[in-house]
Design a protein around this ligand. Structure first.
Ligand SMILES: NC(=O)c1ccc[n+]([C@@H]2O[C@H](COP(=O)([O-])OP(=O)(O)OC[C@H]3O[C@@H](n4cnc5c(N)ncnc54)[C@H](O)[C@@H]3O)[C@@H](O)[C@H]2O)c1
Length: 443
């Protein structure tokens, strides 16, 4: 929780900002949350806003301020591209709304710190979307760690072995970019697993060594494969293996080992062994720790198709319920800004180590290893630019240069085409100065 919530709310009105792939699960799951309802949706693309609004029978907007003027909103769901989260979250805070923000919190330390400051100031709630923490097997793991069943936790590992097609990366301008996706398989997909491993171990990550690669995709600036070794403050060691280059996907496991037990799960619990055997252990192993409602729907998996989120309804609904209940009761929520920030900082540490050829990187980090989005408040990007840019990975610098020159080329061509028009020629005859001015105006 970032603050006290206003008391006495009966039903919270939620608005979704960003009507793309993930907004559908927000819309559907909000319908299953006690004390909350979807009241409006908004997207800068009119057709997207309309489609989602009509699907859930709520008003839809292309102007977020107009939405707030016309519909009483309590909670804003941020479902826009990752590097844009700060913009929407800070706008929600400025309007004294609660905010439920998709993962990752944002893609740089600088943007995340601005979000944190905004909610500290607004006194409204911020909730981060790491719904995997609400997965029943994950909850059983956390309980076992906290009750000491693993003894001293010695190692933990997370594997997010997924497949994303080239078409997936080309399905949105923001995908596979540093500025808006914040990275590749780690920042977008494995971020859930990075969060799970740090949450389960329950101790800050102190240092990281890592390698990343772009091995099975093209025309993206980011990694599709990454391996990392973590050292936790409590002495435990961790391993992260994330990829979107493992056809056909999906496979995601989390394993925790200690001197009194070890357990792992891959959707459901597949290993659950402790020195202090307990009566419920047998049932946990038989059911995989998954209550019937949380079993994946036939063929539904996010490992190979982000739209097929059927199996995730239970987790999302529980995450929303927890957030809604906390606001209604004025009690702390599980995933405030500090919690949501942790996985992103670890991933930025992984990128920094990979950039330095696997050198050890210590946390906390002082600055982001990726570009600060230009949408940060005026002057902010300029202020940190000098400090940030020298640390950019080589691939990122090359990509930015190539893209900038491609854009320049395209602008040059269109300006040339325009200047060959009759109107421009006529003006040029009259006065070369006014022709130049006219050309500039059209750009
Ligand atoms: N929790 C999960 O498991 C999960 C799964 C998928 C995506 N996500 C996250 O959700 C976010 C969105 O992902 P997606 O796959 O739905 O992307 P998407 O591209 O399908 O949708 C994003 C939408 O945001 C809109 N948009 C962009 N800028 C906007 C602005 N300033 N104001 C309003 N709308 C704007 C776009 O028009 C688009 O419709 C990302 O941060 C992603 O990491 C989370």
């Amino acid at each position: 929780m970032d603050s006290q919530a206003p008391k006495g709310l009966v039903v919270l009105n939620h608005a979704i900002v960003g009507c793309g792939v993930i907004s559908n699960i927000h819309g559907t799951c909000l319908g299953m949350v006690r004390g909350s309802r979807l009241a409006a949706v908004m997207d800068i693309v009119p057709e997207k806003a309309k489609a989602l609004g009509e699907k859930y029978n709520v008003p839809y907007f292309t102007d977020r301020d107009q939405m707030l003027r016309e519909v009483p909103i309590d909670v804003v769901h941020v479902c826009t591209p990752s590097g844009n989260h700060h913009e929407i979250a800070m706008w929600a805070a400025a309007n004294r709304k609660h905010c439920f923000c998709e993962k990752p919190m944002d893609v740089t330390l600088e943007a995340m710190d601005l979000i944190t400051a905004a909610f500290k100031k607004s006194g409204t709630y911020y909730g981060g979307c790491f719904m995997n923490r609400f997965n029943p097997p994950a909850q059983l793991f956390k309980k076992a760690v906290e009750s000491g069943r693993f003894g001293r936790v010695t190692t933990a590992s997370a594997q997010c072995i997924w497949w994303r097609t080239q078409e997936y990366y080309e399905s949105g301008d923001w995908r596979g970019t540093w500025e808006l996706d914040g990275g590749g398989c780690l920042m977008n997909q494995a971020v859930h697993y990075v969060d799970l491993i740090q949450w389960l171990v329950g101790s800050p990550v102190k240092s990281i060594r890592a390698y990343t690669g772009l091995l099975a995709h093209e025309r993206i600036a980011v990694e599709d494969t990454a391996v990392a070794i973590l050292k936790f403050a409590n002495g435990a060691l961790g391993v992260i293996h994330g990829t979107t280059a493992a056809y056909p996907g999906p496979h995601g496991t989390v394993e925790v080992c200690g001197d009194k037990g070890n357990a792992s799960y891959d959707g459901k619990i597949i290993r659950w062994k402790f020195a202090d055997e307990q009566a419920e252990d047998k049932t946990i192993l038989e059911t995989g720790g998954v209550p019937p409602a949380a079993k994946p729907a036939d063929g539904a998996t996010t490992g190979s198709d982000p739209a097929a989120l059927g199996a995730y309804h239970v987790m999302f609904t529980r995450a929303f319920q927890e957030f809604s209940d906390a606001i209604q009761s004025g009690t702390p929520n599980a995933l405030g800004t500090a919690e949501h920030r942790k996985a992103v900082e670890i991933i930025l540490g992984i990128y920094e180590s990979a950039r330095r050829g696997g050198e050890e990187v210590r946390l906390p980090l002082k600055k982001s290893a990726i570009p600060v989005p230009m949408s940060l408040p005026a002057g902010y990007a300029e202020k940190v630019k000098g400090a940030i840019h020298p640390t950019l990975p080589e691939a990122m610098v090359t990509f930015r240069k190539k893209r900038a020159s491609a854009k320049k080329g395209a602008r040059g061509k269109s300006a040339k085409a325009k200047s060959s028009g009759k109107a421009a020629k006529a003006t040029a005859k009259k006065s070369p100065k006014s022709a130049r001015k006219a050309k500039r105006g059209r750009k």
